[in-house]
Design a protein around this ligand. Sequence first.
Ligand code: XMP
Length: 512
Amino acid sequence: SVLIVDFGSQVTQLIARRVREAGVYSEIAPFNAAEEAFARMNPTGIILSGSPASVLDDGGPRIPDVILESGRPILGICYGQQSLMHQLGGEVTGGDGGEFGRAFIEIEDECALFNGLWNLGETHQVWMSHGDKVTSLAPGFRPVASSPGAPYAVIANDEKRIYAMQFHPEVVHTPDGGKLLKNFVRHVCGMSGDWTMAEFRKTKVEEIRAQVGDNRVICGLSGGVDSAVAAVLIHEAIGDQLTCVFVDHGLMRMGEAEQVVSLFRGHYHIPLVHVDASTLFLKGLEGVTDPEAKRKFIGKTFIDVFEDEAKKIGGAQFLAQGTLYPDVIESVSFTGGPSVTIKSHHNVGGLPERMDMKLVEPLRELFKDEVRALGRELGLPDVFVGRHPFPGPGLAIRIPGEVSRDRCDILRKADAVYLEEIRNAGLYDAIWQAFAVLLPVKTVGVMGDSRTYDNVCGLRAVTSTDGMTADIYPFDAAFLSRVATRIINEVKGINRVVYDYTSKPPGTIEWE
Ligand code: XMP
């Protein structure tokens, strides 16, 4: 296994992800618990993360001596590199500018990290983000690559198998970064790379058992992939000590609520309380047109209903959530620093504070595509696991203006036609999110010999890797006109269809 020592970088989890992709098991330990983690794990190799701190500050985090003296292969990234040099007798200086963003390094010497990847004299793109830099190497190290701003962009000590780089190999903007990390774990550490999602499942099942003991757990299902995967995994670990509560707000897509119920009850035999709260939600949404007011009401009501049900069930000390790593970062930046709230995603936070329960969050270190892989591993059907992301407030934020049961029904039908055509054309998996919106505008049309005066439906489809930025999906005209014709013919209440050509930014993916 690999121990990743976390010095507090925003992207440490990406290191773990790349190591998983290389088929190697890893654990992240904060620097101040690294010594204990090292003793417990007895890792084959160690990776040191970046950090917002500076080694030049008093009290900046340090690498535990046991790790430096262990004789195991070590890879230092950014702050990890600087702390290696600082502690092993090199020199780090700060203050004159640094490098931020794309940079190009030149390969000056051979290195085990470059094995089969980079050759002498080549130039490669990397992602830098550093204020301080290494200005003199510790004994035994040699430079193997440099950039204009970092003479020691990559350094090596072959005898001790310690390697370090100033840039961040874990981010996508270092195109070969994943391969560099793979070379470290496979080639330098000599690990076989046969670790899989099946193993992740086993490890997590044991962790959940250890955490929960004989206690009871409740899990709120949203109908989405994340909470479903978390619930199935937890059920595998603790069986019927788990009860799931599915708060059905009536704002789901066509057939979705039924699918969740039949999957859980019929297929997995997981105890499930299905609360049909659609009337409560739709009543409360009457007269509400402001998007944030919709979100707030739905978020609060969701918690109220869930809390009531939890009380009825009684006796649970743990609350399970399908929190993913991007939720962790996003919710931090939403509540923490100066970044503005664009939209308040209701499914992150809120519940735990209110309910005073301990959390079980087995997916906390995973990214969306990894959760899908885990879901498949657990036997969830492909069509379920591969579903596009769906916002917590559901169709309410796809119906600008006032939401009603009738309008939800109209939208559900149009959306189902659109998605069916996308699936039939084999495009579903190439698209990050596709959905219909129902506009609060009526326009005039003519069908047969009669005048119509009905709603406009908007179609949206985007590609994205993380939902933070997005591009429109370029359907061909024949596809779009087929969908438009079908929707207008088959969905009563819609007589015009438009396609949304806005990327994000400046648009957001959802219309509200
Ligand atoms: P936007 O519209 O902000 O969406 O570009 C980015 C991603 O987040 C989803 N989204 C939400 N998810 N609660 C959620 O759980 C929300 O209130 C919410 N608003 C947007 C959106 O579907 C997309 O995947």
